[in-house]
Design a protein around this ligand. Structure first.
Ligand SMILES: NC(=O)c1ccc[n+]([C@@H]2O[C@H](COP(=O)([O-])OP(=O)(O)OC[C@H]3O[C@@H](n4cnc5c(N)ncnc54)[C@H](OP(=O)(O)O)[C@@H]3O)[C@@H](O)[C@H]2O)c1
Length: 346
């Protein structure tokens, strides 16, 4: 009723009064009926066109998501071929990192673990930020068994919870250590649709937003630590998947039509844009901190566990034969783009 009245007012129709004569009552009754009918037709037309436009938007999102998935697999194939036909990656000789402090997110396994191991061997004090305490502590144990002087510790960090990011930073700051290197490495790929604790789409929340907040909260420590001659660094472990991503500002949470492939690509693009913007801002302000992104290429890790099962099996068989796998330090990284890496580890 309120909707009809509002509609009448919008149309400029006179409101009907209760004390009108029978004729006028009849006339106005007919008029109201006509208006109701017209209003009803307009309403149903508007409703139909709204439904149709939503359907076509959903269809176009579905197509664009399918296209993204196809592009992602083609890109993966291209990266794989490039890796196969280029000579194996040789780790360059890195300078010692004694006295440096680094944080590596997701350092309990995969690429992060190898980075932590290598940095610890070069003498850096490394803090692994991870959500799985057992895995993190096992990683610390393994590295300390390998290098007796290694300074490695684990701190709980769940990037899918902004509160956990705050707690992690708080507990790191209590250590009163400098921070020379922050490696935003943790990531998820192709996870089923889900939300982080704060209601963000998983890929966006973990790969981008969690790291964004972490970097932001640690920026003052990075700046302070960069004043003593060596600039501090923020390294974002990115992916060539960013090339396929688009940042849908009106649908950041992929509510309109979810695709895990598209969500991963979007999150990696967001991370890359953040890395580049941060670098520009820091340079503009003359801050002793730099930010860069590194694409590790295709490395056989647990990241691929959410692939469609037949592809997952093919990937693991292929990776077992051709890619350097999980626990060796010289995994193939021909696609790495490391900027300003002259006097630092990364
Ligand atoms: N492998 C590749 O071929 C490849 C290619 C391009 C880019 N990358 C990028 O490289 C990075 C490392 O991936 P990876 O290949 O080493 O994968 P991985 O072996 O699956 O390692 C990912 C790490 O991130 C952690 N992580 C996931 N969600 C987290 C959360 N909510 N909070 C804290 N930590 C979380 C994982 O911890 P859990 O053990 O608790 O899951 C794990 O330690 C990712 O950013 C990925 O996008 C990898």
């Amino acid at each position: 009723m309120a909707h009809q009245a509002a509609k009448q007012q919008l149309d400029g129709s006179p409101p009907s009064h209760g004390d009108s004569t029978k004729d006028s009552q009849g006339e106005s009754g007919l008029q109201t009926e006509r208006q109701h009918k017209e209003g009803g037709e307009t309403d149903s037309l508007a409703c139909t066109s709204h439904v149709l436009s939503e359907m076509s938007a959903a269809r176009s999102h579905r197509w664009s998501n399918l296209l993204t998935a196809a592009q992602l697999y083609l890109l993966g194939l291209k990266v794989l071929l490039v890796q196969l036909f280029t000579r194996p990656f040789r780790l360059p000789v890195m300078p010692r990192q004694d006295g440096k402090v680094a944080i590596v997110t997701g350092g309990g396994k995969g690429i992060g673990f190898e980075v932590v191991r290598h940095m610890a061997r070069l003498g850096a004090h490394v803090i692994i930020g991870g959500r799985d305490e057992q895995e993190g502590l096992a990683a610390v144990r393994r590295i300390c068994e390998e290098y007796k002087q290694a300074k490695v510790e684990f701190k709980k960090l769940d990037l899918a919870s902004l509160q956990s990011v705050h707690h992690f930073v708080q507990s790191f700051k209590q250590l009163e250590l400098p921070l020379n290197i922050l490696i935003n490495n943790a990531g998820v790929m192709l996870v089923p649709e889900g939300r982080t604790e704060d209601g963000f789409e998983q890929h966006l929340g973990v790969n981008y937003l969690g790291h964004f907040l972490l970097t932001w909260l640690l920026l003052d420590t990075l700046k302070d630590s960069g004043k003593c001659g060596h600039i501090s660094r923020v390294v974002n472990v990115s992916s060539s998947a960013h090339r396929i991503g688009t940042v849908r500002l009106n649908d950041l949470n992929s509510c309109q039509c979810y695709s895990a492939h598209a969500a991963y690509c979007h999150s990696k693009l967001a991370q890359l844009l953040f890395s580049s913007h941060l670098h520009q801002e820091l340079q503009r302000r003359g801050s002793p901190v730099s930010s860069c992104a590194v694409d590790p290429g295709m490395v056989d890790t647990a990241l691929y566990r959410h692939l469609w099962m037949p592809l997952c099996l093919a990937q693991s068989a292929f990776a077992h034969l051709l890619l350097r796998v999980k626990h060796c330090c010289d995994f193939r990284l021909p696609y790495s783009h490391v900027r300003d890496g002259k006097d630092q580890l990364v």
